[in-house]
Design a binder for this molecule. Sequence first.
Ligand code: MG
Length: 374
Amino acid sequence: MPGLAPYAAFEAQSRGRRFDEPPARYRSEYQRDRDRIIHSTAFRRLVYKTQVFVNHEGDLYRTRLTHSLEVSQIGRSVASALALNEPLTEAICLAHDLGHTPFGHAGQDELNDCMQEFGGFEHNLQSLRVVDELEAKYADFPGLNLMFETREGILKHCSKANARELGDVGERFLKREKPGLEAQIADLSDAIAYNNHDVDDGLRSGLLSIEQLRNQALFADALQEVQERYPGLEDRRLIYETIRRMIGTVVTDLVENTKANIDAAGPASIDDVRKAGRTLVALSPEVTEQHVSLKRFLHQHLYSHEKKLEMTRRAQTIVRELFDFYIVDPGRLPQEFAARAVGEESAIQARVVADYIAGMTDRYAISEHERLLC
Ligand code: MG
């Protein structure tokens, strides 16, 4: 691709797909990955999966789908500003939450508890499982058969034991290498997106107030700028103008600080990036501190809010009871899942049950729980 930095991901040097395929006629290979992700069933389900607020709590809150789109927009801007591979960044961002359970982190943590004896459950690993195995669409291969670099980016973290089982994408965790810059961008874009949109949703829901956020430098500085420029602006627009400035500050810092890191490390190729010994895509120390402080604030005041905890407890009960129901008799799973589970050893059965539950949307999990267990 013309105009890419030498340390970007180049398709010609890619480690390719697991199953060989003829090249696409009009698209690059990473564009093709992006398109496969958007056409996947798991991607469509994200619209009914919780980001922070359960889908039915309100029509205007972020869902996993709109979160993924916001991550992707941030990632694309940063990738193009740094002359990196934008379609690859976009593909990783859009796929990063495909393995998420219903009910956000409450669902993931409960499913992980249910799976303790059977190797646990981790949504990040599950995202890879979705694109490598669970999507059943193509006649010639399981999953979406994505490019190595897309899969490498989806697998953000991984234990050594899992890494050994995962083959090519697991290797870097054993060698202590970093992924390409596009994957590093997708990772930070996720955190930038949720930090900002959760402030917006938190204010919209009334669980957070502008007053509380005044202690947060990122919010307070942007708010002050808006109030000085537009005195008397009503809250809705005030909040939006503040948040767009917060995103602007963090994204600009990310581009500039990453440029400086790249200049200092001087990588000549994606392999140099992988062997750089540290993550080159990073915020400056000052903005990191503000960003982490906001993240902590959200944990304390939004994600652990009493109103949220009620939902968390309900989600845990639903996930636990569905798991217990199917693990006793996997024959009651829908037919394509039952076929993979019946007669198999218990670890395989448990994994199939986890795949099924992880794939549920919030409202499907709620209605199945009601139908089967209430
Ligand atoms: Mg995410």
